[in-house]
Design a protein around this ligand. Structure first.
Ligand SMILES: [Zn+2]
Length: 252
């Protein structure tokens, strides 16, 4: 696939300007007027960048540094790991996310999940693509089903990292999966009812039923299942922490 970052000709003291589509995973206030951004870029993985003067100036970035926005980001990567944001423009917004508390909370959970998984493995283009697709679905989902998107995103991202969670057959006995009572084993894989009596796990019906038959998980069910999936895949206890997705969800 190759590196698709454009490198511009004018290099200033070894600083190359790069650009990519990106989503903001996190932003933290810094000094009086700056923000430290965590960007999930399409072409360059996760980029930490300082946006100078981004606070208190609504004009400079014009909403491009809000959460739930696809932005065209330009940055200069110097010797330090912290890049300097050179520009950001709004490419796409997901206004429906802000129309219900459930969608907003599910969206914030998606950001936390992406941030946590990006720490485990280098983020590639597919991680960006999965998150954009998740926001796209979230933008119009019935609010009561918003947390189903968090669960789906966790499964897709884990598969991207090489942890296939839900196949067609039980990985232990090769029996078909799909019936009620299916169990999520402690290693993060989904196993069938025949095996389940030997396994300590949680019910995984929300993962294996066909999408049209799947009941929408409640917030608590989704958080519990995501926690169990990631704990198994990562090999250590994991809990999806809600309410920790950056300094705010509104405007910068
Ligand atoms: Zn089995």
């Amino acid at each position: 696939m190759g590196v698709r970052c454009r490198v511009f000709g004018n290099r200033i003291a070894g600083m190359e300007e790069r650009e990519s589509l990106a989503l903001l995973l996190d932003r933290v206030p810094y000094r009086d007027r700056d923000l430290i951004l965590t960007l999930l870029t399409r072409d360059a993985g996760v980029v930490q960048a300082i946006a100078r003067g981004a606070r208190g100036s609504t004009r400079r970035y014009a909403g491009a540094l809000d959460l739930f926005v696809v932005l065209a980001a330009r940055w200069r990567q110097g010797a330090s790991s912290l890049a300097t944001l050179a520009g950001a423009d709004v490419v796409r917004q997901f206004p429906g996310v802000f129309e219900s508390l459930e969608r907003l909370e599910a969206g914030q959970a998606m950001l936390v999940l992406a941030r946590d998984l990006a720490r485990e493995a280098p983020a590639g283009e597919t991680m960006y693509v999965h998150l954009v697709a998740a926001f796209d679905a979230l933008d119009a989902v019935p609010p009561s089903q918003a947390f189903g998107g968090v669960l789906s995103l966790a499964v897709r991202m884990l598969e991207e990292l090489g942890h296939v969670v839900v196949g067609d057959a039980c990985p232990r006995c090769q029996g078909p999966l799909g019936g009620p009572g299916t169990v999520l084993a402690s290693d993060g894989t989904v196993v069938c009812r025949q095996c389940s009596r030997f396994v300590t796990g949680v019910l995984a019906d929300l993962l294996v039923l066909p999408p049209e038959l799947r009941p929408a998980p409640s917030r608590d069910q989704a958080v519990a299942l995501v926690g169990a999936l990631l704990s198994g895949a990562l090999g250590r206890p994991y809990r999806l922490r809600l309410g920790e997705s950056g300094e705010s969800s509104g405007t910068a």
